[in-house]
Each structure stands twice: as structure tokens, then as C-alpha cells.
Design a protein around this ligand. Structure first.
Ligand code: FES
Ligand code: MG
Length: 588
């Protein structure tokens, strides 16, 4: 084993610098490690720990790390657990997404700056997954991901209650007097009955599924619920496997290739994945040097059907997804219909995704359908462009019948609509004014949200799906076309045009539109424009302040982030960070 070329030897076994070796060694011996564990050629495996009291979604990783450790040791490795900056989606203000890049940066420093030969990425809650994959991509040491797994299904009076989505129903019941305040809390809490991440197809289930589709997890790892015995067993297998990956020198750049990303885009449509996925996949790809753009989502993903019947688009929850076969069954069904573009893409177990999943089929056709009988056809995203923005994502499959009839059924102008813009400069502005009747919002208005992108609301807020004013709701108008430079929760099913890049705060066209302008959206040509002439737009642009739509930062990191962040279409990565690639191999 001593002939392994381990980077940790530069710390613990460097014959050219015995003094430093002694200094490194004595401090890692001081808690009980032995020289045998550090100097006999055992790889040092980092466990990038995202679980903590601050991060309830990932907290079970504290337990799972013990099983990972057992697996590593049984295969002849030594473990060092690495604390990762916490990111709890529902706990961090102003946004958890602000901290994705902070966790990324700190993990890069930990992996690069310490004697780590390979790493197990403990993923789960929304932003933890991209943050860890981004860091592993930059450093490019052998890496394998382990999901914490979804929570058990939530139940209330015999019905499934899913994270996030139950809140809408609870509000209705409260308004109708069917439950009181305590009942409201109880109902919402029923959706979170155990450790684990959101049990709906929100951003967490999406990103954990995509981490498996990219090849970075062992087959089946994404969907096993956190408390199930199989989860602990998967943790053990993951620990065993990472040691072998060191011997095979199997690195993130060998697995997350352009082909793997195309597979992931197709899988995202099939599972009904979150509109946050294009941002995070772009970020991971950028740190690997793999070209990827929002156009790829339309080209490779738009025509793919939705086959996973999970809330919010469908009925079921995480346990059902796992029991129906999880991600391997989804990939197997896609392959049966010849829809997985690259079955030969390699995964962390050394086999291709096709070898892992080709024979797998749905074990419950209610939960995972066949491609021949999907829940929806053309379930992916389209990428819109125009003078409002260079790029924005729309999930056309969630367009309701009501919406289709009202906006898209004009025989002279099919699949397109024009409306009067009603513009909100911030989330606060929207809440203050949405029910103000003097705005005269009617069913032919387009609601526009700006100041909600990476710079305007540090990290970007999930606010683009705006409800119509109360007086329209009472008339039975449940949704209006919404356009914005913010994001939308993965647990929401609105047909918004979102993630607009560049955002208003970065000089994008959304910063120039005014209430009363006509806006035209064409879903065939994939365009979105304000019908305002160029001279007028120039005038408006000249009148903008130096830093428009950007309230003051509240912390040093917010300010640094805003100075350095790229836009959503570029993955919201830190400017310049993507120039540092493959650093473990380059720098030793
Ligand atoms: Fe953590 Fe949904 S809030 S996964
Ligand atoms: Mg979310």
C-alpha cells in the first residue's frame, strides 16, 4: 500500500523535509491517531460534514458519518471529518443561496490546504449539494457524494403532507375556520416527521437526484429516506468505495463530463426538477471547465416527459419515490425509451450509468410512470431572450388550462401574449402594493419583480411566483404571468419566467421597464420584450443611479458576494473563481 502516490504524504511522509513532517505529525497524533494510520500509505479520506444543529435537514449526517468512517477504515483508509459552513434553506437570512459560495470557498480551502487525499461529500438540503460538488470540482481529488436522504412521508388525517406544499393548504383551512393557529402549526409540522431533507420534489430531491444522475453517488443513494436502514448501509458502502477510488485515481473531471450534464438535464425533466437546477448545474460545470448554457436546457430537456409523480406536480412523496425504484428506475425507464443521451457516462462505482440502471424499471407505475404514459409531455424548460433580459427560464409544463385559455389561445397570435406591465422594485414593494386597487391590475397584466436577483437580494430570493391581488382572486383569477430576476421555490408550480439574467441590479433590461409599458411574450420564438423604443430605453438607462435596485448590505460577506457574483445564467459563481481548476493535481 505504501507505493500509493498520496498527496497527504507531502504532510506526513516527506523525506525532504523531516522537520515539517514532524510538526504536521505531532499535532494529528495528539488526539490519538497513530503513526501507522498517518504514515503507512493509508489514504486520508475527508468527510465533508454539512450536518449540525443549525442544519436540521442534514443533521442526520452526524450519524451517517460514523457508518462512512466504518466503510473507509474497513477498506484501509484513515478518516478526517471536515466541518462545512452550515446552509439551512429554511433557517438562513437573507437567503441560504447567499451561503452556497461561502461554503464552496471554505471547503476548497479545507480540501486543498490540508492533507486530504479524497472526500465524501455529505449532501442534502438544497444548496449543500451544489456547494460541495462545486468545491470537489475545483480541487478535483477523488470524490463521492452521499445524500442524507429525504424525510419520511408526512401524514395528516390519512393524507400525505409534503414539505413546503402543505403550507398553501394549511392557509386555506385556517382561512375557512377548519383549523385554529395551533392546528395550523400541527398540520405544517406533520410534513416534517423525521430527519432528512424535504420529501417533495423541491430543490433538495432535485439536486440529490441530479448528483446521482451526474454519476457522483452510488446507484440508489439519492432517494433512500434518511431513517431507513438502507441509508446507513449506503453510507458504509460509500465509505468503502471512496478508498478504491483513490487507487483508481477516479476524479470529478472523469465523471462529471459534458455527457453527464446532458444526462442530468434529461433526468431533471423526467423527475419534474426545480428551476434552481440550471443555476447549480451551471456552477458545477463552470468549476469543472465543462461548457453548459441555459440553451442546453431547452435543447436537451424541453421535449422530455415528466414521469415521476411527486408533489408539488403530482401526488406522492420521498418514501414512495424510493420504493418505486428511485433514480435508477427513472433512468431505466428513460433508457427503455431510448431517451438517455449518454448511457456510457461513467459513475463513481466505476461502471457506466447505463450498466447501473439499464435493467431497472419502475416498481410502482403510479409513482414512476413509463415514458409511454407520462404525467406530462415536454416537461422541461425553455430559455427566453429579449430586451428584458438575455436569458430567463420558464417551465411551460406547469401552464394551467386557465392560463392557456386566457393568454395563449388567440388564433391570430398563437402561443404568445401581450400585457400591461405592473412593476415591483423589491419584495417589500410587492407586499405593500399588490392589493392597491389604484394599480388597476386586471387579468391582462404582467407582474414584474426586480431587485430579487443575486445582487439585488443577496443570493437571489424565491419570490417570482406572485399571487394576483385579492380582488382578482375573488373573481377566480388564480394566476397572472410573472416575470422576474429572482428565483422560485422548487416546491412551487407556477409558470413564471424567472432567473432573469442580467438582473435589474446588474444593468439588465428589467431595470428599465415601467408600469404601463406593454410587454410581449412569445413562447414559440422564446422571446420576452418590452415594447418601448430604443431612444426611450437609453434615456431611462441614463437616469438610473449607480447601483440600482440594491439595498445596503447587512454583513461583510453580502458585500463581497455582491461585488464578485456572476448572474444566474452563469451559475452565480464568484467572478474569477472558475479560473482555479484541478488545483490538487496542478499544485500537489
Ligand atoms: Fe432543507 Fe428543504 S429545507 S431540504
Ligand atoms: Mg427550496
Amino acid at each position: 500500500m505504501t507505493d500509493r502516490k498520496l498527496r497527504s504524504r507531502a504532510w506526513f511522509n516527506n523525506p525532504d523535509n523531516q522537520e515539517m513532517t514532524a510538526l504536521y505529525l505531532e499535532r494529528y497524533l495528539n488526539y490519538g491517531l497513530t503513526r501507522e494510520e498517518l504514515q503507512s500509505g493509508k489514504p486520508i479520506i475527508g468527510i465533508a460534514q454539512t450536518g449540525s444543529d443549525l442544519s436540521p435537514c442534514n443533521r442526520h449526517h452526524i450519524e451517517l458519518a460514523k457508518r462512512v468512517r466504518d466503510g473507509v477504515v474497513s477498506s484501509g483508509g484513515t478518516v478526517m471529518e471536515i466541518p462545512v459552513h452550515p446552509i439551512q434553506e429554511t433557517g438562513k437570512r437573507p437567503t441560504a443561496s447567499l451561503d452556497r459560495n461561502l461554503a464552496y470557498l471554505s471547503l476548497v480551502e479545507s480540501l486543498y490546504g490540508y492533507p486530504i487525499d479524497a472526500v465524501v461529500l455529505m449532501i442534502g438540503c438544497d444548496k449543500t449539494t451544489p456547494a460541495l460538488l462545486m468545491a470537489a470540482s475545483t480541487v478535483n481529488i477523488p470524490a463521492i457524494a452521499l445524500s442524507v436522504g429525504p424525510m419520511l412521508n408526512g401524514w395528516f388525517r390519512g393524507e400525505r403532507t409534503g414539505s413546503g406544499t402543505i403550507v398553501w393548504k394549511a392557509r386555506e383551512l385556517l382561512a375557512a375556520g377548519e383549523i385554529d393557529d395551533d392546528g395550523f402549526m400541527e398540520l405544517v409540522a406533520s410534513s416534517a416527521p423525521s430527519t432528512g431533507f424535504c420529501n417533495t420534489m423541491g430543490t433538495a430531491t432535485t439536486m440529490n437526484s441530479l448528483a446521482e444522475a451526474l454519476g457522483m453517488q452510488l446507484p440508489g443513494s439519492a432517494a433512500i429516506p434518511a431513517p431507513y436502514r438502507e441509508r446507513g448501509q449506503m453510507a458504509y458502502e460509500t465509505g468503502k468505495r471512496i478508498v478504491q477510488m483513490v487507487d483508481e485515481d477516479l476524479r470529478p473531471t472523469d465523471i462529471m463530463t459534458r455527457e453527464a450534464f446532458e444526462n442530468a438535464i434529461v433526468v431533471n425533466s423526467a423527475i419534474g426538477g426545480s428551476t434552481n437546477a440550471p443555476i447549480h448545474l451551471k456552477a458545477i460545470a463552470s468549476h469543472l471547465g465543462v461548457p453548459l448554457s441555459n440553451d442546453d436546457w431547452q435543447t436537451h430537456g424541453h421535449k422530455v416527459p415528466l414521469i415521476v409523480n411527486l408533489q408539488p406536480a403530482g401526488e406522492y412523496l420521498g418514501e414512495d419515490y424510493h420504493r418505486a425504484g428511485g433514480l435508477p428506475a427513472v433512468v431505466g425507464e428513460l433508457m427503455a425509451a431510448n431517451m438517455l443521451p449518454h448511457p456510457g457516462a461513467k459513475t463513481v462505482n466505476g461502471r457506466s450509468i447505463g450498466e447501473n440502471c439499464g435493467e431497472r424499471r419502475s416498481e410502482n407505475p403510479d409513482v414512476i410512470r413509463t415514458v409511454a404514459e407520462p404525467l406530462k409531455r415536454d416537461a422541461g424548460f425553455i430559455n427566453l431572450k429579449g430586451n428584458l433580459f438575455d436569458s430567463a427560464i420558464m417551465k411551460t409544463s406547469v401552464i394551467s388550462k386557465e392560463f392557456q385559455d386566457r393568454y395563449l389561445s388567440n388564433p391570430d397570435d398563437p402561443n404568445a401574449f401581450e400585457g400591461r406591465a405592473v412593476v415591483f422594485d423589491s419584495i417589500e414593494d410587492y407586499h405593500k402594493r399588490i392589493d392597491d386597487e389604484s394599480l388597476a391590475i386586471d387579468e391582462y397584466c404582467v407582474l414584474i419583480m426586480r431587485g430579487a436577483g443575486p445582487i439585488g437580494y443577496p443570493g437571489g430570493a424565491e419570490v417570482v411566483n406572485m399571487r394576483p391581488p385579492a380582488y382578482l382572486l375573488r373573481k377566480g383569477i388564480h394566476s397572472l404571468p410573472c416575470v422576474g430576476d429572482g428565483r422560485q421555490s422548487g416546491t412551487s408550480g407556477s409558470p413564471s419566467i424567472l432567473n432573469a439574467s442580467p438582473e435589474a441590479a446588474a444593468g439588465g433590461g428589467l431595470g428599465l421597464v415601467q408600469t404601463g409599458d406593454r410587454v410581449r411574450i412569445d413562447l414559440t420564438k422564446c422571446t420576452a420584450d418590452m415594447l418601448v423604443d430604443a431612444a426611450e430605453l437609453d434615456k431611462r438607462r441614463a437616469a438610473l443611479p449607480e447601483r440600482p435596485y440594491s439595498p445596503e448590505s447587512q454583513s461583510p460577506w453580502q458585500e463581497i458576494f455582491r461585488e464578485k457574483t456572476e448572474q444566474f445564467a452563469e451559475g452565480m459563481v464568484l467572478r474569477g473563481a472558475t479560473e482555479y481548476r484541478d488545483i490538487a493535481r496542478k499544485m500537489g
